[in-house]
Design a protein around this ligand. Structure first.
Ligand code: B12
Ligand code: SF4
Length: 523
């Protein structure tokens, strides 16, 4: 049977990284089937185009996965596929939380023939077999003989054959303007491709923050792959990048990569010992980064950026969403410790919490300005279905859009905040993004990095321009031209430094994204 796995686009930004579930389920598909993958973020298809693709490729089953914010689009695409007579199975966090919705058991139209609840590693082969026989059930749940939910162990995690997958749609170099590519090649960056690929080394986070789906979905039982299997995957990617004459970086998508610091350190030591370093990014909660030995191993093993949910600078807010383990009084010291190890942070903030008052953006920005530069992101507190936050807001009658996902609008509030209006909270988010990614802030961040390597400055600049695009889409050539013009100061200064490095290469500063190579300081 021919199977299509499809992930809808989020209708706003381009994707920078493939979704792991598609590659994982492809690897777990029993032999004898052909699995096609389409990520709508990389290859945007209309409903009609998707149906044509399904017909042309004689697809017998379409699997669709989506987060809550993409679910409306997912349902529209599923409806079109089902109208063409091809069965649809849906999976992922949203449909797991509200399975009656895709199955039309809530009185609304049906969008899926079947739903895979929770982690589908073990149910997927049964789904495929039933679809082939034409006996799809409505619900597939990973249950044991007693009907209790089973979380798959990651002991026998499949080797994902990245080297045999078509990754061309995720080649980020293709998104660079031609002129930028030419400039980069002048400085020896002649990569044919640049991929950011997702790897999971473990699943689960027991912290149970009130707004988060993860503790409910993956359970608070934490599971890890063996060090060996993770390191083998990294080594395969290193070999692949060599063959592709390209560059590969990795996003460890574990919710809390250092949730068991002993195990994380042992993995990082093995990466170093087996020379498996690639530049990587991971999500780690702030409390676990107090450990400087861990920070040092992160840096030596290829770690470049750490994504951390700081959420708020107000301890009362943090307590109100069960995230009191974040301590705002230590944010600065930890970020400085990371910067000493040449590591930087993507810091995520949420506005609209119960203690937020007008002016929260400026108060937060003032604190951020005292830190080493990073990539801050700002969002509104969002009640995802089946989270304790959703239940609390529903119970107190504060939800203004109980099914906000069916009319999804980015950066809008779906409930009534306490100390600020919804419109004010939305304006605070706007202000935080505008200020954090203004040409002045970008110039000052690059200035802060004057004593760091050229590569660090270039990566920060590119990162800042790209992250700016999360809030201010800059897809069209004209929009890019405006952004580049507004930021011409740091861009021209970097260009001048690059020319100087190229033509007056003494003392030489090697251009490298590989952390194991020494990168000389220029000052
Ligand atoms: C990586 C990641 C991202 C990446 C992007 C996604 C990517 N390209 O991989 C980035 C960093 C960009 C991102 C952004 C966001 N993310 Co995110 N992200 C994740 C993360 C950490 C890992 C996803 C992953 O690969 N997991 C591992 C795979 C194996 O698990 P899985 O996807 O759940 O798939 C399994 C099952 O669900 C099932 N399955 C999934 N799909 C399908 C489909 C079929 C047909 C079948 C049969 C089975 C099936 O089988 C898989 C194997 O068991 C998850 C948390 C998590 N641990 O999952 C959050 C998560 C998915 N993100 C979340 C959120 C909220 C967001 C944001 C909205 C945050 C924000 N406020 O901006 C944005 C939105 C992004 C957008 N595109 O618009 C929430 C989603 C909650 C929800 N109900 O939708 C999660 C669960 C985290 C959380 N805190 O609750 N995210
Ligand atoms: S620490 Fe992160 S992954 Fe864990 S429950 Fe909190 S928000 Fe979710």
């Amino acid at each position: 049977m021919n199977i299509l796995l499809y992930n809808p686009d989020n209708e706003i930004t381009n994707n920078f990284m493939p979704h792991l579930w598609m590659f994982l389920l492809k690897s777990l598909t029993p032999p004898g089937h052909n699995v096609f993958l389409i990520d709508g973020n990389a290859l945007r298809l209309s409903r009609q185009e998707l149906v044509e693709y399904v017909r042309e490729n004689h697809i017998g089953l379409v699997g669709i996965g989506a987060m809550t914010r993409m679910i409306r689009k997912a349902y529209q695409m599923a409806d079109a596929v089902r109208a063409a007579g091809v069965p649809v199975v849906m999976g992922g966090p949203h449909v797991t939380e509200v399975p009656d919705e895709p199955l039309g058991r809530d009185g609304e139209p049906r969008h899926a023939d079947a739903v895979a609840l929770g982690e589908a590693d073990q149910t997927w082969p049964a789904i495929v077999a039933d679809a082939e026989r034409g006996t799809l059930k409505q619900i597939y749940a990973p249950l044991d003989a007693d009907g209790k939910e089973v979380k798959p162990s990651l002991d026998d995690y499949p080797a994902i054959p990245w080297d045999r997958m078509d990754l061309d749609q995720f080649n980020l170099i293709k998104h660079f303007p031609k002129m930028a590519r030419r400039l980069l090649s002048l400085f020896g960056m002649t990569w044919q491709s640049f991929h950011l690929l997702p790897i999971e080394s473990g699943r689960g986070c027991p912290y149970g923050c009130e707004f988060c789906t993860v503790t409910g979905f993956f359970g608070d039982s934490i599971r890890f792959r063996s060090n060996e299997s993770v390191v083998n995957e990294l080594l395969m990617l290193k070999a692949l990048e060599k063959r592709q004459k390209g560059k590969i970086a990795v996003f460890f998508i574990d919710d809390n990569f250092a949730i068991n610091p002993r195990r994380t350190k042992s993995l990082l030591r093995e990466i170093i010992a087996r020379d498996a370093q690639v530049p990587w990014v991971a999500q780690i909660s702030m409390n676990l980064l107090r450990d400087e030995e861990l920070v040092s191993l992160i840096a030596q093993s290829g770690g470049r950026w750490i994504f951390m949910g700081l959420e708020s600078i107000d301890p009362e807010n943090l307590k109100s969403v069960s995230k009191g383990f974040n301590r705002p009084d230590e944010y600065k010291a930890i970020l400085e410790c990371l910067a000493r190890h040449n590591l930087y942070a993507m810091t995520s903030f949420i506005f609209g919490m119960d203690s937020d008052r007008p002016g929260v953006a400026e108060r937060t920005l003032e604190v951020i300005r005292s830190w080493p530069p990073g990539l801050p992101v700002f969002g509104l507190l969002t009640p995802y279905p089946a989270t304790p936050l959703y239940d609390r807001l529903a119970a107190t009658g504060r939800l203004t859009q109980p099914k906000h996902w069916l009319e999804f609008k980015p950066f809008t509030m779906d409930f009534t905040p306490l100390g600020i209006t919804a419109a004010q909270a939305e304006a605070e988010v706007r202000q935080a993004w505008s200020s954090s990614y203004s040409p002045k802030t970008i110039a000052s961040a690059i200035g802060w990095l004057a004593s760091r390597s050229f590569a660090d400055r270039l990566i920060h600049l590119l990162g800042r321009l790209a992250f700016r695009g999360i809030y201010f889409p800059q897809m069209k050539r004209r929009e890019w031209a405006r952004v580049l013009f507004q930021n011409r100061g740091p861009i021209l200064r970097l260009l001048a430094q690059a020319l100087e490095l190229k033509f007056k290469p003494r003392p030489r500063e090697p251009f490298s994204l590989d952390p194991q190579l020494p990168v000389e300081r220029t000052a």
